[in-house]
Ligand binder design. Structure first.
Ligand SMILES: [Fe+2]
Ligand SMILES: [Fe+2]
Length: 727
């Protein structure tokens, strides 16, 4: 009981939710290990990974929790039980040889194993929840006289666990009896459930052994449906159909530490029901989308034979990349363009270029290791190419800043966006992140846990175009272009996606049809008007033929949230040096973060002085809401100084800071709550909303660019009741 209590108190905070929308069964399996106390951290990583991914209905450890030989102290097993106990989903433990028959005293070892791991899954049985989850089998069944063997039915799949170990035959009679018991248990469950299930999964530590094997083959043939025999013991990945009974697939999974937990999917139908995902270290995710090309990026822990297949339907991926179109980056590669500076030894980053695509077209893709599917092939792995340059096409983009550490706030903000895009039947075309995406210091691990994992469902089908925040700036340098930020993003330096070549990934621009996006570095580059970034910005604005300009970076030119743009150098300089260039170029909306709040300006122009005042710089002091004071109006096309809306969207998930005051030009709209910004551009109208973490719309404004508008400066713009001017 004490164990149960300690397990529940350290359970993952990420709640597991069974996917009730599909009858596909997904579960996770961990192979042999840990073999020492120092390897327990790998187990902890695996459990965290399994829980964060939230993909499996249950987790199974296939045995070998220790190296064989001398018995380990109970504290060792308690550590393993505690680590597995943090899994978000019910976890089963199959008997391994190292903790039993390979020990010097097997009987004593069995007692210890029984104490910690017999019926381990019952720790998750809150108020009979396992019975609810596995109703057809009346919960999890155990074999009479051999209680470590278990069976249940879930989503039309029979799952059977057996005590079938490798290693030393410590007692020949015991082995014979146990192998027969195992075969009897499998056969009995085949017979009992054969009319209720479409497939069976047998879980064991080791490969089948005689006399189990012969009877198992016969019983499986009579069962007649696909059978997966999943085991560990051999430590390396192997997929095989070793017997004439071709309905039996035998898979040996990796040992702990080689790969993340194996994700097994039992599909609803098809010729091959079992699918295996040895789970990427990262991705796949998308980068550098253009009208005719895109990059698919991912990382693995081991060398693979990388192939990306793609096509117009998830069921017909009829095109594939050539090997020469895939860059493979590794740690400290001699060629600097192929070097990862921040990843662990052995990690590989693959960057596949897909070209010859048709503009404004949806494609589906999957990543393979040779012929072995690693990820993709369903509707969530897709991309849509950009429209032709200059073309008018509906555009939806999402803007997030300061997104936190993978906690519930970040998840809620993400979920709110996903729910909205689903209900409006228009997925995101573009995702902008305005920085502080890898708290606390932008390390590779922090990118993984605080950015890539939380947003994985979006990143696999939407390109994220980032701007670097100060937290990433602790380990990445805009000056050298080196660090985890520059390792993981693939950004345009040569004008690959429209816009003028910047020669650096630190700042860049790209086009989406008739919209031009500009990402700047406000953190660690020279922000002065005659420095390289400002010079490039002027030239880039001069050459664009777009109708809309959206610019973004991290440090806000206007804020009184958790930062003060009247006093902090980066913020002051972006306002005094960069805002004039952008407004000369006709910028429409500027997005930033850093200040952990949502603040939004009225339609302004020329607010460059310090401290910022509202008088004489507001062109429209209404709320910009067509259902309220009316949309902000500008002339069609691009004209300088007709008004900008400047947004602080630093409320994407991290802790909300205390406000230092009220920014005069933003006094209409301040929301100190978590959320994000979604923008829709349709022809001459851009509509932006702030969507909070509960999915509520908290702000809406429109900019309509139509006809000819003559801007007027308001001497005394909107004030809150009781205010008497700035500041
Ligand atoms: Fe920041
Ligand atoms: Fe921040």
């Amino acid at each position: 009981m004490a164990l149960a209590l300690s397990l529940s108190s350290c359970r993952s905070t990420v709640p597991y939710e069974a996917d009730t929308t599909t009858n596909e069964l997904k579960f996770l399996a961990i192979g042999c290990g840990p073999y020492s106390s120092s390897e327990q951290v790998w187990l902890e990583e695996c459990v965290t990974l399994a829980s964060h991914r939230g993909q499996g209905e249950f987790l199974v450890h296939l045995g070998d929790l220790i190296s064989g030989g001398e018995p380990a102290p109970p504290a060792y097993y308690a550590g393993i039980a505690g680590a597995l106990g943090r899994a978000a989903m019910p976890t089963f433990v199959v008997t391994g040889d190292n903790e039993w028959n390979d020990q010097t005293e097997p009987d004593l070892a069995w007692q210890v194993w029984t104490r910690f791991f017999m019926h381990y899954h019952r720790h998750w049985d809150r108020a009979g929840s396992l019975k609810k989850m596995y109703p057809k089998s009346d919960g999890v069944q155990h074999q009479a006289g051999r209680p470590e063997n278990f069976a249940f039915v879930r989503k039309g799949v029979l799952v059977v666990g057996v005590n079938l170990t490798g290693g030393r035959v410590h007692d020949a009679a015991e082995w014979d009896q146990r192998l027969l018991d195992n075969e009897g248990w499998v056969r009995q469950n085949y017979q009992r459930y054969s009319d209720q299930v479409r497939a069976a999964v047998i879980l064991a530590q080791a490969a089948p052994k005689s006399p189990f094997t012969e009877s198992f083959r016969t019983a499986s043939k009579a069962f007649g449906k696909p059978v997966l025999y999943l085991h560990a013991d051999g430590h390396t990945w192997n997929v095989d159909r070793p017997w004439p009974e071709q309905n039996i697939l035998k898979v040996q999974t990796d040992r702990l530490g080689i790969a993340p937990p194996l994700l097994v999917t039992v599909k609803e139908d098809g010729t091959e029901l079992f699918r295996f995902d040895r789970q990427f270290m990262r991705g796949p995710y998308l980068a550098l989308g253009t009208p005719r090309t895109i990059r698919v990026v991912w990382r693995t822990r081991r060398e693979i034979d990388p192939v990306v297949r793609y096509g117009r339907s998830p069921n017909r991926l009829d095109r594939s990349t050539c090997r020469r179109d895939i860059l493979v980056k590794t740690k400290d590669h001699a060629n600097p363009t192929l070097a990862l500076h921040s990843a662990a030894d052995g990690v590989r980053q693959y960057e596949a270029t897909i070209s010859d695509l048709t503009p404004l077209t949806t494609y589906y893709y999957a990543v393979y290791d040779g012929n072995q599917l690693l990820a993709g092939g369903d509707r969530t792995y897709r991309f849509m190419t950009h429209p032709e340059p200059g073309a008018e096409s509906p555009l939806r983009f999402w803007v997030v800043g300061d997104s936190g550490t993978g906690d519930q706030n970040q998840a809620d903000v993400h979920l709110a966006m996903r729910s909205l895009t689903r209900s409006r039947h228009h997925p995101l075309d573009i995702y902008l992140h305005v920085g502080d995406m890898a708290y606390g210091s932008g390390t590779d691990d922090e990118f993984e846990w605080h950015f890539f994992k939380p947003y994985r469902r979006t990143l696999r089908n939407t390109v994220c175009w980032p701007a670097m925040g100060n937290h990433e700036g602790q380990t990445s340098s805009g000056v050298t272009g080196i660090g985890p930020y520059y390792d993981c993003y693939v950004l345009p330096t040569r004008g690959e996606a429209g816009g003028l070549a910047s020669g650096t990934e630190a700042y860049y621009s790209f086009d989406y049809g008739n919209a031009h996006f500009i990402a700047l570095n406000s953190h660690d580059l020279n922000r002065s008007p005659d420095a390289a970034m400002a010079q490039w910005l002027r030239a880039d604005l001069a050459q664009t033929a777009a109708d809309w300009i959206f610019a973004y970076w991290h440090h806000p030119p206007y804020t009184k949230g958790s930062h003060d743009s009247d006093t902090e150098a980066q913020l002051v300089e972006m306002r005094e040096y960069i805002m004039p260039i952008l407004e000369d170029g006709g910028v429409d909306i500027v997005f930033t973060g850093h200040s952990h709040i949502y603040e939004r300006s009225m339609l302004i122009d020329g607010a460059y002085v310090t401290p910022t005042i509202a008088e004489g710089v507001v062109l429209d002091d209404g709320d910009g809401d067509p259902g309220g004071d009316g949309a902000y109006r500008k002339s069609n096309g691009l004209r300088p100084h007709e008004g900008t809306v400047v947004i602080v969207t630093g409320h994407g998930g991290t802790g909300l800071g205390p406000r230092v005051g009220t920014m005069p030009i933003m006094r209409r709209v301040v929301f100190p709550e978590h959320g994000s910004v979604m923008v829709d551009v349709n022809g001459d109208t851009a509509t932006a909303i702030m969507l909070n973490a509960k999915g509520e719309q908290r702000d809406l404004f429109q900019i309509v660019k139509r006809g000819r508008v003559t801007p007027k400066r308001l001497a005394n713009p909107f004030q809150l009741p009781g205010e008497t001017g700035s500041p």
